[in-house]
Design a protein around this ligand. Structure first.
Ligand code: SF4
Length: 347
C-alpha cells in the first residue's frame, strides 16, 4: 500500500488544517507495518516511542520508554537516524545528546503544555530577580530553557538534585508546580521557589476523583505520577488514613513498570496519561489497571499517528535542529543531572 504513496497529499484525509489536527488516512494494518519497517531499515533509522504514544505506535517501535531512557538509546545506538515518536522537547533532547545524528519527529507540532509554561526569556527574568540562585529544571523544557538551567532533573531524581545543592543557596525550580511542591515538601527547603507551570493533562487528574475511586476499591494500589495535580491529594489521603500509605506509590513512568511487575494487588488505579496503561498491562497482564481519569489523554502525544510515522520515514520530515551553542549549554545541564542519583526517565 504505502509503496504507491508518493506525497502527503496523496493520502485521503491527511491534510493538515491550521489547527492541531493530526495526520490521518492511514490504517495501522499489516501493509503499513511492513512499509514502515522496510523504510526504517532502508534509511538506517531506529524508531523510538514514548510510553504515552498510541498503542499501534508503541507496538511498531524498536524501543518504548520514558523520555530520558529513549534519549540515551538515541545517543548510544548505531543508527544514523532517530525517528522520535513523542513530543518536541523530547526529540530536541535526543538531538542535544546525539548532535551528529539526524533526529526526526513525525509531527513537529506535537508540543507540550508543560514545556510551554516557561520561555527562556521568562527564566532569564526570574534569574535576574534572584541573583546567585541555582536553577533546576524538569526535563520537560525546551532546549533554550535547558541552556539557561544549572541542573536538569527527572521526577525520579528531583529530590536528590535539590538536596545536592548547598542549603544556603536559593533554588529556582521550574516549570512544574506539582513536582516542585513535592520536592519542597520532601526537602523542607524554604529557599526553593517554584514556577507556576503545569501540564494540562496531569493537572486534570484531581484529588476528589482519586478519593472516590480509592473508596470504591479499597484493596487497589494507587500509582501516581508526581506531575499529577492529585499527588498532593494522594499523600493527604494517605496521611489521613483514608488510603493506606503503603498503597500510594509516587512513581516516574519507568518506576511504574517496575512496580507493576512487583505488585501483589489485583487492581491498580493509575494517575497519569492513559497511554501508560498499554505498557502496564503488557508488564503485568494479570493485574487490572484502571485510569483515575479516562480523559487524561495528551493530544500532543496522540498527534503521532500511523500516517505521521509513515510520512516521517518516507519524506524525512520533520527534522529537529538545535543551535549548536544552545545545545552545548543544554547538554551541560542534562549531564549534571545524570551524575546525581538515579535519573530514571522522568515522564
Ligand atoms: S502529558 Fe503533559 S507533560 Fe506530557 S507531553 Fe503531554 S502536555 Fe506535556
Amino acid at each position: 500500500m504505502a509503496a504507491e504513496v508518493t506525497s502527503l497529499e496523496a493520502l485521503p484525509g491527511e491534510e493538515v488544517s491550521g489547527d492541531l489536527t493530526p495526520y490521518g488516512g492511514v490504517a495501522a494494518d499489516a501493509a503499513w507495518r511492513e512499509e514502515v519497517l522496510r523504510l526504517a531499515e532502508r534509511h538506517d533509522a531506529v524508531i523510538l516511542a514514548h510510553n504515552y504514544q498510541r498503542p499501534e505506535i508503541q507496538e511498531i517501535a524498536h524501543s518504548v520508554g520514558d523520555s530520558l531512557g529513549l534519549c540515551k538509546i538515541a545517543a548510544e545506538c548505531d543508527s544514523g537516524t532517530i525517528v522520535f515518536c513523542g513530543v518536541h522537547f523530547m526529540a530536541e533532547t535526543a538531538k542535544i545528546l546525539a548532535p551528529d545524528k539526524r533526529v526526526i519527529i513525525p509531527d513537529a507540532r506535537a508540543g507540550c503544555s508543560l514545556a510551554d509554561s516557561i520561555t527562556a526569556a521568562q527564566l532569564r527574568a526570574w534569574k535576574a530577580e534572584h541573583p546567585g540562585a541555582v536553577v533546576v529544571s524538569y526535563v520537560n523544557t525546551t532546549a533554550e530553557v535547558k541552556a539557561e538551567t544549572d541542573i536538569c532533573c527527572t521526577s525520579s531524581n528531583a529530590v536528590e538534585v535539590v538536596r545536592s545543592i548547598p542549603a544556603d543557596r536559593e533554588v529556582l525550580f521550574c516549570p512544574d508546580q506539582f513536582l516542585g511542591a513535592h520536592v519542597k515538601r520532601e526537602t523542607g527547603r524554604d529557599n526553593l521557589h517554584v514556577w507556576a507551570g503545569e501540564c494540562h493533562v496531569h493537572a486534570g487528574i484531581n484529588g476528589p476523583e482519586l478519593a472516590e475511586q480509592a473508596a470504591a476499591d479499597p484493596d487497589a494500589d494507587l500509582f501516581v505520577h508526581p506531575e499529577c495535580g492529585c499527588a498532593t491529594s494522594a499523600l493527604y489521603l494517605a496521611g489521613e488514613g483514608i488510603v493506606p500509605r503503603e498503597q500510594v506509590r509516587i512513581l516516574s513512568t519507568g518506576a511504574m513498570l517496575d512496580a507493576a511487575r512487583e505488585t501483589k494487588a489485583r487492581s491498580v488505579l493509575v494517575a497519569t496519561e492513559v497511554g501508560m496503561l498499554h505498557q502496564l498491562r503488557k508488564a503485568a497482564p494479570g493485574v487490572d489497571f484502571r485510569a483515575v481519569n479516562e480523559r487524561a489523554s495528551c493530544r500532543y502525544m496522540k498527534m503521532i499517528t500511523p500516517a505521521a510515522l509513515l510520512r516521517a520515514l518516507r519524506d524525512g520530515v520533520d527534522e529537529v535542529h538545535v543551535d549548536p551553542e544552545v545545545a552545548a549549554r543544554a547538554r551541560a545541564s542534562v549531564r549534571r543531572m545524570i551524575t546525581i542519583g538515579r535519573p530514571g526517565g522522568g515522564e
